[in-house]
Design a protein around this ligand. Structure first.
Ligand code: G1P
Length: 301
């Protein structure tokens, strides 16, 4: 199974930093954001390859995932074996690339990787969200297996006035993940059968408060439907719209996840908070991080 990571955007919100550095290459602790998403995508054993959809103007992403034997041996010669191992690990990740030549929306980006999926189900992981536990795709695959290979998306509850930023699902409770039988309908572990999907609804038109968090397991039929998908919200070819059309023929399920299981890296403030939170929780960085903060008299609001 392939996992697709769209990474063709301009990174406008991070300009001027993203003038020469793709936003996917911005670091969280010691790794670029995209590496977390690639490693998460490879966590389920079903996934054998990650397809990054990028634009021709971002060669840095291709360069990053190339092996660099001379850097590795230079580091080893200098006794920096741990850094050499880290460089080697990046170069050995199974990553391929496809290009999205025009910025026509998420659905268009995904369709640019159609040839790589060879008529099979595929995962999509949006790159503005880092999930340290790497467990969401495994949960979606579990739900899919229990429902004959159906499409499954991860959703989380949001405040009513936030729905217009997201894709939102309509549906009904259809079960639970094993061990979560007693949870409420919008609590982690609840499983829904999806009856409709709306991209960026006005609050009064939202069918629920469950939004698509950016982790999808989709059938080959969704990819077929993307081929002739008309532009939708914002004039863009929306993945959500092709998924909604697939409901005419196929079942789709949604698994509720804890909104705090992922960290936002899509805006400068989200990215800054993510770095601070992850540094304060990571045993490799936490002591030095707090010392650096305490030296300045601590964090004040
Ligand atoms: C995309 C999807 C949307 C989803 C969101 C999650 O929107 O179209 O359905 O809820 O990602 O972040 P975008 O953020 O690209 O506008």
């Amino acid at each position: 199974m392939k996992a697709i990571i769209p990474a063709a955007g301009l990174g406008t919100r991070f300009l001027p930093s993203t003038k020469c550095t793709p936003k996917e290459m911005l670091p969280v602790l010691d790794k670029p954001v995209i590496q977390y998403v690639v490693e998460e995508a490879l966590e389920p054993e079903e996934v054998d390859d990650v397809i990054i959809v990028t634009s021709p103007g971002k060669p840095e992403l291709l360069n990053y995932f190339q092996p660099d034997r001379s850097l590795e041996s230079l580091l080893r010669d200098r006794g920096k074996g741990a850094y050499a191992d880290a460089v080697a690990a990046v170069g050995s990740l199974p990553v391929d690339f496809r290009y999205q030549y025009e910025p026509k929306g998420l659905g268009h980006a995904i369709r640019s990787a159609a040839d790589a999926c060879a008529g099979e189900s595929f995962l999509v992981l949006l790159g503005d969200y880092v999930v340290p536990a790497r467990d969401i795709c495994t949960k979606m695959l579990e739900v899919s297996r229990a429902h004959g290979g159906a499409s499954v998306i991860a959703v989380a509850p949001c405040a009513p006035d936030e729905v217009s930023r997201y894709g939102v699902v309509a549906g009904e409770r259809a079960g639970s993940l094993p061990g979560s039988e007693d949870v409420a309908d919008d609590e982690p572990g609840a499983v829904w059968r999806v009856s409709g999907l709306v991209e960026k609804p006005a609050p009064e038109e939202a069918p629920s408060n469950l939004y698509i968090v950016g982790r999808y397991l989709l059938s080959a039929h969704v990819m077929e439907l993307l081929e002739d998908q008309e532009p939708g919200a914002g004039g863009e070819i929306q993945l959500t719209d092709a998924m909604a059309r697939s409901l005419d023929r196929e079942n789709m399920y949604a698994v509720v996840i804890d909104p705090l299981s992922g960290y936002d890296t899509g805006t400068p403030s989200g990215w800054m908070a993510t770095n601070a939170l992850m540094a304060s929780e990571d045993p490799r960085f936490r002591d030095a991080f707090w010392e650096a903060i305490d030296e300045r008299g601590g964090l004040k609001r």
